[in-house]
Design a protein around this ligand. Structure first.
Ligand code: AOF
Ligand code: ZN
Length: 346
């Protein structure tokens, strides 16, 4: 009857405001690492009276911006936050205390913070202060938003995504497809999401033009697997670059002469590269299977066998390969399709 309907409407409202939090959080895509993306809205009498998001590590948290925006209206209001408010002094003071001081009546949390120094302590602190707390609204959406952060927090290893593109008849392609490289296109958006991109050496010229064209906030670290050292000079101009090379191909000294940070391995393999990312504290890495990466087939095999992949992104581009070699392409009209396989584990 009436009670069931009221409860149902309440849940719908919570979901609505939480989705708004996630939307706000996403404005900072590419800026927040190693911190998560977080959004917050303050709602009173069915109206949003304040909103905010965490813009960058080192800057105030989402709650602080939303409460500032709400001013005195925060009193007796409901605060929606896509991630549990923190209860620790990090680079910034604890948000749970800030919410208590602002006298909010209720807090709705998307998901508990997997950070071991928070891990439900923020929720406990709010409840101890007599605030009504609901946890787990639009939880999957909130988790998807920060999949890399969550993975890195729980495993201390970076979140690894493999990406490649296929023609509609299933051949591996080198190219990104028309329109994909433009700023705001989905490839550049994908790049923004990662702390580092692993590419093959022969690709760096193309990659540098791709990256430099963009007025981007976040230039991911370029991890280049060297094939020809002469092609690497360009790479570092656009983004911080580190080169991994096979000792058969080049000596560390040759690369250092070009001003490149380099690691020479007995044999190119993924483990030391991912170890490097881990030690740098990187949250996410995109293993981009383009250009001559096809020559490093072993790396993909290794990634699958060692179960290091968390996600695979496959772009199906509007081309039909006539030949097997991938040379003769027929361009088709149509949209690029991006498929994502999450929680990949063979
Ligand atoms: C929140 N709201 O908007 C974010 C939170 O160094 P700090 O002070 O920025 O703290 C970083 C940690 O705070 C981060 O690892 C995560 O646990 C939490 N992030 N918490 O209440 C926010 N960005
Ligand atoms: Zn906080």
């Amino acid at each position: 009857g009436g009670l069931a309907r009221a409860r149902c409407e309440l849940v719908e409202d919570d979901g609505f405001y939480m989705r708004r939090c996630v939307e706000l959080a996403r404005t900072a895509i590419g800026f927040t690492s190693p911190n998560p993306m977080v959004g917050c809205v303050i709602v009173k009498d069915g109206k949003i009276v304040g909103q905010g998001f965490h813009p960058k590590a080192g800057q105030p948290h989402a709650e602080v911006f939303a409460l500032r925006d709400a001013g005195d209206s925060a009193e007796n209001a409901t605060a929606y936050v896509s991630l549990e408010p923190c209860n620790h002094y990090g680079r910034t003071p604890p948000c749970a205390e800030t919410l208590i001081k602002a006298k909010v009546k209720r807090v709705v949390v998307g998901m508990v913070d997997p950070n071991p120094i928070v891990a439900s302590k923020g929720v406990d602190r709010l409840r101890d202060a007599g605030i009504d707390v609901t946890v787990g609204v639009e939880e999957e959406l909130c988790k998807g938003l920060n999949e890399a952060y969550i993975h890195q927090m729980l495993t201390r290893k970076p979140f690894v995504t493999l990406r490649y593109s296929l023609s509609v008849n299933g051949h591996l392609l080198d190219q990104l497809g028309e329109g994909v490289t433009e700023a705001g296109g989905y490839y550049s958006k994908l790049l923004q999401e990662y702390d580092a991109i692993i590419v093959s050496g022969s690709l760096t010229e193309k990659l540098s033009s791709l990256m430099s064209r963009e007025p981007v906030a976040n230039q991911p670290l370029q991890i280049v697997i060297a094939s020809d050292p002469d092609q690497l000079a360009l790479a570092k101009e656009v983004s911080k670059t580190i080169v991994f090379a096979d000792k058969e191909i080049t000596a560390e000294g040759d690369l250092a002469q070009k001003g490149l940070e380099a690691v020479v391995l007995d044999r190119i393999n993924l483990t030391p590269i991912l170890e490097h990312c881990k030690h740098q504290g990187l949250c996410s890495v995109l293993l981009d299977l383009r250009g001559s990466f096809g020559n490093h087939e072993g790396l993909v095999k290794e990634a699958i066998e060692q179960k290091v992949l968390q996600k695979i992104v496959v772009e199906v581009l509007p081309y039909w390969n006539e030949a097997n070699g991938g040379e003769s392409l027929v361009a088709l009209n149509g949209l690029v399709k991006r498929l994502e396989v999450k929680n990949f584990c063979p």
